[in-house]
Structures are given as C-alpha cells and as structure tokens.
Design a protein around this ligand. Structure first.
Ligand code: GAR
Length: 183
C-alpha cells in the first residue's frame, strides 16, 4: 500500500478528486490530510472519507520555520510515501523541503506565472495556451523539477470562466497521473 498525505488550504476539490479516484484503490491510501486553514471546506470532505485530518493553523506559529517543523513532525508520524500539495497556499522553507518528499499542483504552465493569481495572470496574457503543472517541491517557490504538464488552447473570445473551468478539470487529471507516475 502506498501511503499518501495531502496538504490543502481551501475548497479541497483536488483533495476530493484524489479521495474519489485513488484512495483505497489500486494500492493507494490517503493516511493523513492537513489543512493550515481551520475553515477549509476540504476538512469535511476528508472526514467523510474517514481520513484523519489535522489542522495546523499557521497563525499559531511565529515563524514559517516553526510552522514547517510542525508539518514535518505530523507527516513523519505517518511516514507517507508521497506528500501532495493540493491547493496548499503556504510558502515552505527548507525545514519542510529538505525533509519531505512532496509534489505540488500549480495552475499554470510553469515556469510561467509562479506564485499567486496564476490563473488570472495567464488568462490576461497574450499566451495562446493555458495549462497546469505538477512539479517536485524544492525550496524555490513553484520552482522544482516538472513531473508533468497539461495544456489547452485559449481560443479567441474564451471567457475567464471557461478558462478557469478548463484548468479546474485538467489539473485534477494531471495530479492523479503525476501521483501514479512518481510512485
Ligand atoms: C487549485 O486550482 C490549485 O491549482 C491551486 O489552488 C486551487 C485549489 O483548489 N493551487 C495553487 O494556486 C498553488 N499555488 P482546491 O482547494 O479546490 O483543490
């Protein structure tokens, strides 16, 4: 059984997709979900699957390093084969990246549009394609080696809603494929 841990901050649609399509199937199990946000919708989703959920609120830590130390400690307790950042909106320090083997989902074709508002910025650009990336996490924000990317045509007149909707669909497929690929 390959043990997965998922870190998330908000809605948790990517977490939900992993739970629906990988959890307790074909040798995968989500053993822990961690949210830094006590109000994240994803908390209930994970609980409904009977997955252990831990809330580690970054506001309770005075430094990024202290927060990361707590993440590392909680993850090490369950020794996941892979940790997945699925909409986890925190910048991580070397305390985390040197100790945890993890991948991150990002809603742009990296190296373009690192950081926040990636969907908005790629939509506003002159690019003729949009896309998503899954990459290894290292200490550089959205900078680790790319595992896979998926793209689509940004056709003339494509609305922002359509563009975002397309990203929300393909990012889930990309994340699932990347997990299978690296494990
Ligand atoms: C997703 O679109 C993901 O690509 C993005 O946050 C969203 C989380 O949605 N991640 C980043 O922007 C990482 N920098 P979710 O909570 O419904 O899975």
């Amino acid at each position: 059984m390959k043990k997965l841990a998922v870190l998330f901050s908000g809605t948790g649609t990517n977490l939900a997709y992993i739970l629906k399509h990988l959890h307790k199937q074909n040798g995968y199990e989500v053993v822990l979900a961690i949210s830094n946000n006590p109000d994240a919708k994803g908390i209930k989703i994970a609980q409904d699957y009977g997955v252990d959920v831990k809330i580690i609120d970054n506001k309770n830590y005075s430094s990024r390093e202290d927060f990361d130390q707590q993440l590392v400690q909680s993850l090490n307790k369950v020794s996941p084969d892979l940790t997945i950042l699925a909409g986890f909106m925190r910048i991580l320090t070397v305390i985390f990246t040197d100790n945890i083997k993890s991948i991150n989902l990002h809603p742009s074709l990296l190296p373009k549009y690192k950081g926040i508002k990636a969907i908005e910025r790629s939509y506003a650009s002159d690019d003729k394609i949009g896309g998503v990336s899954v990459h290894w996490v290292n200490s550089e924000l959205d900078g680790g080696e790319i595992i896979l990317q998926k793209s689509f045509e940004k056709y003339n007149g494509m609305s922002f809603n359509k563009f975002e909707e397309k990203i929300k669909i393909i990012e889930k497929e990309a994340l699932k494929e990347a997990i299978i690929k690296v494990l």
